[in-house]
Design a binder for this molecule. Structure first.
Ligand code: G3P
Length: 218
C-alpha cells in the first residue's frame, strides 16, 4: 500500500519524505488555503515546490466545474511537472474530463467519492486513482472502511486498473483498516503516519534494554 501525505505544508511534506516511506502528496483547495497560498501563479509555484521534494504522485485539484474549464486547468497543471496527477471532482463533467485525460495519458485522481456506484463510473472513465473520503463517511455514522472493502471487491471482480486511494484518513487505525480492506493508497496527515510507530511496550522495552546495557557496562 502506498502512503501519500494529505497536506500542502512544505515542512510536513519534507519530514514525511525524509522518513523514506512517502509515495506522493494530495492537496485540495482547502489545504492550499490553509497554507495561505492564493492566486493562480502562487498556486502553480507551490505545486512545483511540492514536486521538487517528492519522487512522484502530486495531486493538484482543478477549481473549474465545467468540462472545458477542467480541461484547460488540468492541462496547465499537468505542464508543471510529470509528477502531477490532475485531481477532478466526481461530477458529470468531471467524468468526461477524466476520460479525456485518460485518452491523453495524463493521470487523474477522481475526488469526493462516497459510493460504489461512483467508483464504478470513475474506473470506466479511466481514472488513475479514486478517492473515497472515509473520514467524512464515518462522520455521517456510516462506515467508511466498509466502502473501501466494497470497492476493492468490485475492482478485483471486474479487473479495473484504477487504484483505490483512501482519503479523509484521519488516524493510524484508519491506515491499518484501509490496508486490511484492500486500499492501494492511503492519504493522511503526517500525524497519522507517525502514529503507526507508537507502542508503549516498544518504549518500555527499549528503556529496559538500555538500562541493562548501562548496568552491564558500568
Ligand atoms: O483527502 C481528502 C481530505 O483532505 C479531506 O479530509 O479530514 O477534511 O475530511 P477531511
Amino acid at each position: 500500500m502506498k502512503f501519500f501525505i494529505d497536506t500542502a505544508n512544505l515542512d510536513q511534506i519534507r519530514e514525511a519524505q525524509d522518513l523514506g516511506v512517502l509515495d506522493g502528496v494530495t492537496t485540495n483547495p482547502s489545504l492550499m488555503a490553509k497554507e495561505g497560498i492564493t492566486g493562480t501563479e502562487n498556486v502553480l509555484k507551490h505545486y512545483k515546490a511540492i514536486c521538487d521534494i517528492v519522487d512522484d504522485n502530486v495531486s493538484a485539484e482543478v477549481i473549474a466545474t465545467d468540462y472545458e474549464g477542467m480541461i484547460k486547468e488540468g492541462e496547465e497543471l499537468a505542464k508543471i511537472d510529470p509528477k502531477i496527477v490532475v485531481k477532478i471532482p466526481m461530477i458529470k463533467d468531471g467524468i468526461k474530463a477524466i476520460k479525456y485525460f485518460s485518452n491523453k495519458g495524463i493521470r487523474t485522481n477522481c475526488t469526493l467519492v462516497f459510493s460504489a456506484g461512483q467508483a464504478i463510473i470513475a474506473a470506466k472513465a479511466g481514472a488513475t486513482f479514486l478517492s473515497p473520503f472515509i473520514g467524512r463517511i464515518d462522520d455521517m455514522n456510516w462506515d467508511g472502511i466498509d466502502l473501501i472493502h466494497q470497492i476493492s471487491n468490485i475492482y478485483s471482480i471486474q479487473g479495473y486498473d484504477t487504484e483505490i486511494l483512501a482519503a479523509s484518513v484521519r488516524n493510524s487505525l484508519h491506515i491499518v483498516k484501509c490496508a486490511e480492506a484492500g486500499a492501494d493508497v492511503v492519504t493522511c496527515p503526517l500525524s497519522a503516519i507517525l502514529g503507526l510507530l507508537k507502542h508503549p511496550l516498544t518504549d518500555i522495552g527499549l528503556a529496559q534494554f538500555l538500562a541493562d546495557h548501562r548496568k552491564a557496562n558500568s
